[in-house]
Design a protein around this ligand. Structure first.
Ligand SMILES: Nc1ncnc2c1ncn2[C@@H]1O[C@H](COP(=O)(O)OP(=O)(O)OP(=O)(O)O)[C@@H](O)[C@H]1O
Ligand SMILES: [Mg+2]
Length: 255
């Protein structure tokens, strides 16, 4: 049965999508069967693989709105390689969120569970990329997630939001095991100093800041812009050293 993992921070731009897509890429190279689901109407998960979800009818929002489960939708998943499938999202996910906002939370929070349940045995990992939002999709993900990881850039705004994020997850009784520092620039005093603040936030909530830091490297954006792939899946020796970071993270998270 698939382990359900998610990467979250209610702050934007901290590398949730970059982390979700690269972790999915690394796992697929290890021949783990991965379903990567875009939980963000911005549609960046599929865009990482060169697919603009605005052109698609076959997206998470459409499936949820029409009551389709993942088994029914599986013919339309984007097959990246033999081990990695992607469920894209676009604005229709926001339409779905608005449409169900009046439902009793007992039902409202179960839509994603109902969606994935029929295919949980067909994957080793189901990975959610999440929006920088506190919304119904977050409520749905906390119902099913086995391992939620907070990603944060070691800067004032993101550290503040990491703390807010942990208050939200504490309230919802979600177990968070790790905070991953992303886009780090350890040659700067600001990042060195703010990393210690981030560590204190983690320790105050009894969770571990990973020993793996993801450094600020243009290679992550370059892979998406030039190869239409997460860096993890680019076959070019030039990127070998940059690819180590998410490989190490996958190891450290125990996947
Ligand atoms: N380690 C990194 N080094 C340099 N740039 C990075 C790194 N990780 C991500 N980026 C870049 O930072 C930007 C934001 O990353 P990303 O889209 O993954 O963040 P996000 O948290 O998913 O954002 P959003 O909240 O909008 O969904 C992107 O342009 C991405 O290429
Ligand atoms: Mg994103």
């Amino acid at each position: 049965m698939a382990k359900i993992i998610a990467f979250y921070n209610n702050k934007g731009g901290v590398a949730k999508t970059t982390t979700a897509t690269n972790v999915a890429g690394v796992l697929s190279l290890q021949h783990k069967r991965v379903l990567l689901i875009d939980g963000d109407p911005q549609g960046h998960t599929s865009l990482t693989f060169g697919v603009d979800a605005d052109d698609l009818q076959t997206t998470l929002g459409a499936y949820l709105s029409s009551g389709w489960d993942a088994k029914q939708a599986s013919d339309y998943f984007i097959n990246v390689n033999d081990y990695l499938d992607v469920v894209p999202s676009n604005q229709s996910l926001s339409d779905f969120i608005i449409a169900v906002s009046g439902e009793d939370p007992k039902f409202r929070n179960k839509h994603l569970k109902n969606f994935i349940d029929p295919i949980r045995d067909e994957y080793d990992y189901i990975i959610f990329d999440m929006a920088p939002a506190v919304d119904i999709i977050l409520e749905n993900i906390v119902e099913i997630v086995d391992d939620l990881t907070v990603v944060a850039v070691p800067e004032t705004y993101a550290v503040k939001n990491a703390e807010t994020t942990l208050k939200i997850t504490d309230d919802k009784q979600v177990i968070v095991r790790h905070i991953v520092p992303t886009k780090t620039q350890l040659n700067t005093n600001t990042h060195k100093f703010m990393l210690e603040n981030l560590r204190e936030v983690a320790e105050a909530h009894n969770i571990k800041m990973t020993d793996t830091f993801i450094p600020n490297l243009i290679a992550f954006a370059e892979a998406v812009s030039i190869y239409e792939l997460p860096l993890a899946l680019v076959k070019d020796n030039h990127y070998k050293s940059a690819q180590k970071y998410y490989q190490n993270l996958v190891k450290e998270l125990g996947y």
